[in-house]
Design a binder for this molecule. Structure first.
Ligand code: GMT
Length: 376
């Protein structure tokens, strides 16, 4: 099949998932065309089946806001027609689903072909940004106009129906992880630099937005640190980072916390960690937690959104109510004191990640595509 993938090219989970999907489809022999404004961060391989089409947004003194959606729709039309695409798969509804609707209408008018559009909902496009009144009518319309709609968790499917008058079926296709990539032996030299005296290593990775509650991460770690020697790695960057760094200094734990910024080699970093902290206000799925589990890290998270679809209480990790720092700290301290339990839960986390292995999920997408392929 010739598949167009539209996504955000950044470190966000939706872009990561879309890029990994495209790479896997290309490995299966499909021709994959990425359409986005920048080379996706995880698009770091050469594959003859992968094409990248940059959306250029010309600026003009009249524009306070350059019209990205118009440029995107025009690029979609160009790629659909010149590369004879079979379908478009857009990740994150805003503005990708509405741009795809526009492209679909233009292609229909020009060629009388009906290019199928599949929209995958990822999370904040529904729960945060999408339901904002400013966007809601366009989001509802363009989701309803998609030929197929998928959501990355059962919870996100329910949230979508709760907040939007969607009259089509939303299929749940869970996110996936390439277990073979994350199941790596820790690099000893790296572990020694981070934790020279064999301290336990906790980790958090996100875009440091409010929804991630990074301040809770610091408080949980501070409670752990009072009980045992430990180190915390903070991966990623975003608006909450300066305040969070300041908090580590206020709590006097700055020597035990390393802010690593945005990182591409997540598998090497996760491989040295014991516990992954994700106390988010909401996660439709929690791809970062799944990647951690594939690297045999035990996830201590909130029980928000779809996190309970991957994390099983007391087996693969622990969950507590959003903001319950005390419970999360207790779980972490008890676990990190018990090496046997830690090893047992690391293995259970890994086994759980294997259920979401890329090999199990790609065929589901291929089956979905074949239902719509060449429907026009
Ligand atoms: O979490 C973010 O802020 C990034 C966001 C995105 O769209 O890139 O992530 C969402 O999509 C991921 C991939 O499907 C999910 O794993 C994340 O849970 C989801 N984030 C939220 O729902 C807050």
């Amino acid at each position: 099949m010739r598949i167009g993938i539209v996504c955000y090219p950044t470190f966000g989970g939706s872009g990561v998932l879309a890029t990994e999907l495209g790479k896997a489809l290309a490995d299966e022999g499909h021709q994959v065309h990425f359409i986005t404004y920048q080379q996706p961060v995880r698009l770091n391989v050469f594959n003859a089946n992968i094409f990248y089409h940059e959306v250029r947004v010309p600026t003009y003194p009249l524009f306070d806001y350059p019209p990205y959606e118009v440029a995107l729709a025009s690029t979609m039309v160009d790629v659909i027609m010149n590369h004879d695409l079979d379908l478009l798969h857009v990740h994150y509804a805003i503005p990708h689903a509405s741009a795809a609707y526009m492209a679909k209408q233009i292609v229909k008018q020009k060629t009388n072909r009906n290019i199928p559009v599949i929209t995958t909902l990822h999370g904040t496009d529904i729960t945060l940004v999408g339901k904002d009144k400013t966007y809601e009518p366009v989001v509802t319309f363009s989701i309803n106009e998609s030929d197929a709609i998928t959501a990355v968790s059962q919870n996100l499917r329910e949230e979508t129906y709760k907040f939007f008058p969607i009259h089509k079926d939303i299929e749940v296709i869970h996110n996936f992880v390439d277990v073979s990539r994350f199941n790596k032996k820790p690099i000893d030299a790296f572990r020694k630099v981070i934790a020279p005296n064999g301290e336990k290593i906790l980790i958090h990775a996100s875009n440091f937005r409010k929804v991630k509650r990074v301040v809770d991460v610091i408080h949980v770690f501070s409670a752990v640190r009072k009980q045992m020697p430990a180190k915390l790695l903070m991966v990623g960057d975003g608006p909450e980072r300066p305040g969070t760094e300041e908090l580590t200094r206020e709590l006097g734990i700055e020597d035990d916390v390393r802010f690593l910024g945005k990182q591409e080699q997540m598998e090497d970093i996760l491989a040295v960690s014991d516990v992954f902290l994700l106390p988010s206000e909401y996660e439709s799925f929690g791809l970062a937690a799944l990647e951690a589990m594939a690297a045999r890290s035990v996830v201590i998270s909130s029980n928000a959104g779809g996190l309970s679809e991957i994390n099983t209480q007391g087996e693969t990790g622990y969950m507590a109510n959003v903001g319950d720092i005390e419970a999360m700290s207790r779980f972490a301290i008890d676990l990190l004191r018990d090496d046997q339990k830690l090893e047992q839960m690391k293995e259970a986390a890994y086994q759980q990640a294997c259920r979401f292995d890329i090999k199990n999920i790609i065929p589901i997408y291929e089956k979905l595509y074949s239902r719509f392929c060449r429907m026009g």
